[in-house]
Write a protein of this length. Sequence first.
Length: 580
Amino acid sequence: MILQALYEYYQRKVADEESNIAPLGFERKEIPFIIVIDEEGNFINLEDTREGENKRAKRFLVLKTKGRPGSNSWQTANVLWDHYGYVLAQSKDETDKAIDSAKKQNETFIKEVKNISNKFSDNKSFKAILKFYENPDSLELVKAHELFADCIKIAGCNISFRIISETELVAENEDLKKLVTDSIKEDEENVSKGVCLITGENTLIAKLHTATAIPGGKSGAKLVGFQKKSGYDSYYKEQGMNAPVSLEAEDAYTTALNTLLGKDSQNKMRLNDMTILFWAEKDNDMEHYFNAFFISPPKDDPDKNIREIRSFMESIYTGKLNLDGSTRFYILGLAPNAARISIRFWKVGKVSDLAGNIVTHFNDLMIIRNKNDEREFFSLFNLLTQVAAQFKMDNLPPNLVSSVMVSIINGTPYPSTLQQQCICRIRAEQEVGYIRAAILKAYINRKTRFNKNINEKEITMALDIENKNQGYLCGRLFAILEKIQEDAQPGINTTIKDRFYGAASSTPVAVFSRLLNMSNHHLEKLNSGKKIYYEKIIQGIMAGISSDGLPTNLSLDDQSRFAIGYYHQRQDLFISKKEN
């Protein structure tokens, strides 16, 4: 299903003239440096294609990268472009092994140039590159150029050739298209036939699949791959025949995958070690909004996500969003795993269902906030960093990111790990905060709704004086006692929250009697109006406490309600009656 969806995505993009996706057998590759020569192969110049502040290299349409399996990878060179080891015999370091390897790579590249030149004997550009290598001084002239020092600073820097009288690279020459056709003809003799899992056609099957560069993984990682004579072979089938995909379909799905993972792709995002790809069956507004839901906003425009999500929510309610009910939306979570790519999750659904689940997610997170916190909406990145130690995604438990993502997409309860992490961070830092309170509210409400627990009412956005849950009431009481202390001792640096929050939220009966006694002393320092005001609130809260007294201990769910009750009460205390 995944490969078929990627294949269909490629077919849709090929039909779109504005998509700029690479045709069969080709790919768009960043090539930072170009060797400029004349038609006699004489070295003219070394050009730097990098532009902008980030020094981004220009992309060129070249023949697809060849796979280099095994220890003899130096025996395979790309056609008229490759890294400096192949093109210039430049080693990555000064060790004897690296120098010998670069020499072998260069010999392979020159052999490839000779083959191309002989195959297209009338092509002057190919002949010029061959003449370049026939000149024993050519490589040294390139290495003596002032820009070569910048070239070797880039690990595995790609290099190609351009004839001075031409604008395109030699690697973009029209004659090279014939190589793709000839390659397919050659495969007819060397490749077995079978039924393609993607197209269902009985045709030539790809023996090896193209590698994909996934963030955090090896450059040669594959979505589908089999080692030669591995334990995965069965029924005397070797390599690609174990998962038969036709040559055309393999080229299409790998090109689609590499396009979605490319630097310029707007259909991907990175969360922790996971890369998430998303696309619709047809052009759809959801592709535009999806990034804003989950990743952090750009540093130069921190409010961008808020605007995008607000626009999305408004367009849902007004009906302006382009939601074709029959259009499918695909979401693919990938992570590096040795030489292969690990699939964390795969979700297929209707765009309308996905939009509805995302709206529910943001509605569940809505909670009262103060004027200083203007973030009406926040992304998944902002949510997860609030439950991570030191606010770093790397400190999150394994699979939490994918579990939360799946919960949002499917509209199901959030994982219990999210609640545990949130409570852990609150107790460690004695800080509830807007986002953490919103997380716990959303977690509890979804769990209540999903389990259809009629004995528990859903938590409201703001203070609910009718909520008689013991954890919620204890949280409210703790907030009042802290405010009394702050009013009695203006400018105090350490409040009861810093010393007693953990115990009060887990074992209330152990500390509240002491806190109530302390508050009596604090109340005496206040004027009569404030004293009566706080005493009435405390009386109202205590009236809801069970006849058996304060709880001995609170479950994780009630500890969550404690935090929300504390947050609600604190917010209510700082809202004027007019605003309330």
